[in-house]
Design a protein around this ligand. Structure first.
Ligand code: SAM
Length: 278
């Protein structure tokens, strides 16, 4: 019985899980990419030893990365995904027929190649005629003038190493400058249990840039800390109030999930004020 350990440098726990086979191990200029087959978690992709994607629960993460903001915007036409080379968030964005173009900005081309080969749905998503791919650092991309988006989704995994360039006020301010007047930005912000200082850091930086900032969550059994958060900044609509009826073909997201994903107001205020003592 072969077991591997999930080694997430940003979390205080490690855990191991049984694998049936190794499908690919590839060293890119940015990270080690490992894709394994397991009985319990389905197909799993690890980057530098940390789980990033499991077919068993990825839809919780990707549906919630995409749909709350896509349903909050009155007519999302142009979307940018920073990171997200595994194609999961892209698959969800493409479910919206209003979306006319999606730009995926991925720093590591090897992720795209591995995803198309080994991760279900990735090849089809990237083949959609509405999709354009930029192989570059998202922090550089947002400095390029002339682009305009209704929604930007930052799906760049743990904020360590080269992903930290997506955590700065300069990045969020440059990103906001590319958003239309009702535009929104969503970024995954880690676990409320294990990454609370990062959650607060991102919330405070977003509050310097956007008139409305909020936090919502999902459950992720395979990411350490489980209670996963998304920080959302809005130039217009209130993220808690979807403006459009939920699209039908989601496994987890619907109007109820949208409503209950947001932290209760009191808890959110205590979080922002640094008053949570757990
Ligand atoms: N969708 C994943 C999940 O389910 O948790 C999130 C992780 S995804 C694999 C993270 C992606 O972001 C990786 O492909 C990584 O190469 C990319 N990435 C990290 N930092 C980046 C940056 N600064 N610019 C563009 N892409 C970046």
């Amino acid at each position: 019985m072969l077991r591997i350990v999930n080694e997430d440098p940003s979390s205080p726990i490690e855990y191991s899980f049984e694998i049936q086979s190794i499908l690919i191990r590839r060293e890119s200029p940015f990270q080690e990419i490992l894709v394994v087959e397991t009985a319990a978690l389905g197909r799993v992709m690890l980057l530098d030893g940390a789980i990033q994607y499991c077919t068993r629960d990825e839809f919780f993460y990707h549906e919630m990365a995409a749909h709350p903001a896509l349903h909050t915007h009155p007519s999302p036409r142009r979307v940018a995904i920073i990171g997200g080379g595994d194609g999961g968030t892209l698959r969800e964005v493409l479910k919206h027929k209003e979306v006319e173009h999606v730009t995926v900005v991925e720093i590591d081309e090897a992720i795209l190649e591995v995803a198309k080969e080994y991760l279900p749905g990735a090849r089809e998503a990237f083949a959609d005629a509405r999709v354009g791919v930029e192989i570059k650092d998202g922090a550089e991309f947002v400095q390029i003038p002339g682009n305009s988006f209704d929604l930007m989704i930052v799906d760049a995994g743990d904020y360590v190493g080269f992903a930290r360039s997506l955590l700065t006020e300069d990045f969020f301010r440059s990103a906001a400058n590319l958003l239309t007047d009702k535009g929104l930005l969503v970024t995954q912000s880690g676990s409320l249990h294990f990454h609370r200082s990062t959650v607060i850091e991102i919330q405070n930086v977003l509050a310097q840039v956007f008139p409305k900032v909020d936090l919502y969550t999902t459950t992720l059994p395979t990411l350490p800390g489980n209670w996963w958060t998304y920080s959302i900044g809005s130039k217009g609509p209130s993220p808690r109030k979807p403006l459009r009826n939920p699209i039908p073909d989601c496994r987890y997201y619907d109007a109820g999930t949208h409503e209950h994903a947001f932290l209760p107001e009191t808890l959110y205020i205590h979080l922002r004020d640094g008053k949570l003592d757990w």
